[in-house]
Structure formats: structure tokens, C-alpha cells
Design a protein around this ligand. Sequence first.
Ligand SMILES: [Zn+2]
Ligand SMILES: [Zn+2]
Length: 109
Amino acid sequence: MPAASRETCRHCRHASYAHVDGECLARDQEGTCGCVRFDAVQRKIRQRTWLVTVAFFEKNRWTPDVTLRVQASTMGGAALKALRQAKRERTTRRHIQQIRVTLVPVPKA
Ligand SMILES: [Zn+2]
Ligand SMILES: [Zn+2]
């Protein structure tokens, strides 16, 4: 588990290193904590798959839609990733007047 020493317990809020052999040895005015089960606070960011359709408006017309599959945790992140990729794959250097982005989260199989 990465950065385990910085994780805190979900039950007693003490750091993971205070929990020795599953028992929390952190002390306060009332004695040892006594928490017997360390449970890390869930902090992992769940990534999900998005189908992002990107189109550029350039020279008074919309380019054909490009659909990209990206991994991101938020809608904004997915849009950004897809945009970056779509721009990289553009074949023209025309000025982009408008951008259209449609996001659809892909349901987990
Ligand atoms: Zn504790
Ligand atoms: Zn605890």
C-alpha cells in the first residue's frame, strides 16, 4: 500500500502507524485509544471510462465528430483529456472558433 504512513483510521482518526497489530496505541487523556480495527479512510480516486465526442467549429463548419474513450475520475477531467487528444490528432491548423464536447460515462461491465 503506498504512503501507508500517511493514512488515517476511519474509526478513530489516528494514523495508521499508531495501530500496532491491529490495535490502536495512540494515547489521549483517557488512555489508549483501544480501536482494534484499522480501516484506512478511502481516499482513492475512482477512475471511470468516458466516451467523449469532440467536434471543432472551424471555417464556418463543424468538423466530423471524433469519439474518444478516456479514463478520468471527473467529467471535467475527461473533457480536458479528450480535448487535448483531439487537438493533437487534428490534421489542420485552422483556428478553432468553437468546441463541442459531449460526455457519456461508460457503465461498468
Ligand atoms: Zn485510534
Ligand atoms: Zn483506529
